[in-house]
Design a protein around this ligand. Structure first.
Ligand code: BES
Ligand code: MN
Ligand code: ZN
Length: 501
């Protein structure tokens, strides 16, 4: 689908449809009022007769409105004007897209981007509208034998901005929104793919496929044989019980001179987490196909980055692995020597993510990173603490933590900081090894991050636990595409702050 911006009068749009807002109770938005005037009160008459209250999500499609060049006018309820917030704005856009898609308009000019959303400018409103629209249009039907497509799908959507001055900003917003959306689609597609297809090798292949499209993106892999040589025994241990070989995929994006230290994004890529010998209960175990949500997030962020061709160096590390129980599987009681030399007593084979990540975090030291951010569906405790709305951010480096939190705030991809104080470290004490791989019942998200912190001493590091945000259950089950918006924003910010320095 195509997106663009323009600045014009609503009554003069020769389009299949124009989209304007109506507030509750029965109040026309500024643009709707303009249409009302030229149509001799056509809209206000309808409202007076009670055809539309203006409640958020209500829609009314009109044909042949007098003196208006567009074939149709779609009135969209926006709720009470003062209460229009970011979340509602996105919902209204999604509702609009679904309505347009089902009602035969193949193109439309949308004036909802002119609504007032507290604290947000035109750039934000256009970008969020593009992202919300693309998210609404997403579906995963690759594995259905019969695909359902709308008969006359929406093909072209134009967002109107209040003045010509804002066109350039609007165009940039469309560009950014499209890149984020492309990244989210990649993330969602790979995360939704079932674990019999989406294996560690599949993750590597997806990265390679992406790299074919960009000259400055290349891919290498670390195979099990090399992991043996490097002493990545924690990573290897997790994959032992699986028929699928572990693969660490490295995506190298070069957007700046070689002497610029890279940002490294590390993603937990458990293509299935059965728990291993400490096997999980069977209810909803299928959801553990999403345990590669961090890896999917890295793939998505790399896609957005390559699309935008940002002037930074970034390395994506996709830590592919499968955690299964069999005769070769690692067991509780095993003591593993990690690549860093530190030893770990395994007390629970279901705390596998940190074992895969710890060796990957040691491996990426060789890139002498400016900063490292890891993304992982790491703990059930995170879902208990924050639910599905915010990802957890844990870091001992305040400036990096704030950069991540700012990116979350700007992109609408929410994140919340949790403490990573030294007081928690002793929960990982083991009588036999340097540390245990679990810290007990309390503060599970924090002790998991404490574990990782012991492998990240050589660079600035932040950890994101995305267990609650990477996918949703229930009726609309599936990957959410998060934290691609946050990561993309983080990278955009890195580039603009460097340009102004
Ligand atoms: N992948 C899971 C975490 C998870 C659980 C994410 C539920 C989303 C929903 C992780 O590998 C895991 O099993 N963690 C254990 C750690 C425990 C054994 C210390 C957990 O959270 O129960
Ligand atoms: Mn697990
Ligand atoms: Zn896991």
């Amino acid at each position: 689908m195509e997106f663009s911006v323009k600045s014009g009068n609503p009554e003069k749009q020769r389009s299949a449809c124009i989209v304007v807002g109506v507030f509750e109770p029965r109040r026309l938005s500024g643009v709707a009022e303009q249409l009302d005037k030229v149509s001799d009160g056509y809209l206000s008459n309808l409202l007076r007769r009670g055809d539309l209250e203006g409640k958020s999500g209500q829609v009314l499609l009109l044909h042949h409105v007098p003196n208006i060049l567009a074939e149709r006018v779609l009135l969209v309820g926006c709720g009470k004007e003062r209460e229009l917030d970011e979340r509602q704005y996105r919902q209204i856009i999604a509702r609009t897209i679904n309505t347009l898609n089902e009602t035969g308009s193949m193109e439309a000019v949308c004036f909802l981007s002119e609504l007032h959303v507290k604290g947000r400018d035109t750039y934000w409103k256009v970008r969020q509208a593009v992202e919300a629209a693309r998210a609404a249009l997403y579906n995963f039907n690759e594995l259905k034998s019969k695909k359902e497509e709308p008969r006359r799908p929406l093909r072209k959507l134009i967002f109107n901005v209040p003045s010509r001055k804002e066109l350039t900003l609007g165009e940039q917003a469309v560009q950014h929104g499209l890149a984020v959306s492309a990244g989210m689609d990649v993330c969602r597609n790979v995360a939704n793919m079932p674990p019999n297809i989406c294996t560690p090798r599949y993750l590597a292949e997806q990265a390679e496929k992406m790299a074919e499209g960009y000259d400055n993106l290349s891919v290498t892999t670390v195979e099990e044989a090399e992991m043996e040589k490097l002493g990545m025994n924690a990573y290897l241990a997790v994959g032992r019980g699986s028929e699928h070989e572990s693969v660490l995929t490295l995506m190298h994006y070069k957007g700046a001179p070689d002497d610029q230290a890279p940002i490294v994004l590390v993603g937990k890529g458990l293509t299935f987490d059965s728990g291993g010998i400490s096997i999980k209960p069977s209810a909803n175990m299928d959801e553990m196909k999403y345990d590669m949500g961090g890896a999917a997030g890295v793939l998505g962020a790399m896609q957005a980055l390559a699309e935008l061709q940002l002037p930074v160096n970034v390395i994506g590390a996709v830590a592919g692995c499968e955690n299964m129980p069999d005769g070769k599987a690692y067991r509780p009681g095993d003591i593993l020597t990690t690549m860093s030399g530190q030893t770990v007593e395994v007390l629970n084979t279901d705390a596998e993510g940190r074992l895969v990540l710890c060796d990957t975090l040691t491996y990426v030291e060789r890139f002498e990173p400016d900063s490292v951010i890891d993304l992982a569906t790491l703990t059930g405790a995170c879902v208990i603490a924050l639910g599905s709305h915010a990802s957890a951010v844990l870091s001992q480096h305040n400036p990096l933590a704030h950069e991540v939190l700012n990116a979350a705030q700007q992109s609408g991809d929410k994140a919340w900081r949790m403490p990573l104080w030294d007081e928690y470290q002793s929960m990982l004490d083991s009588p036999f090894a340097d540390m245990a791989n679990i810290g007990g019942r309390e503060a599970g998200t924090i002790t998991a991050a404490c574990f990782l912190s012991r492998f990240t001493k050589k660079y600035n590091w932040a950890h994101m636990d995305i267990a609650g945000t990477a996918w949703q259950g229930g009726k609309e089950k599936g990957s959410t595409g998060r934290p691609v918006p946050l990561l993309t924003q983080f990278l955009i910010n890195r580039c603009s702050s460097e340009a102004t320095e």
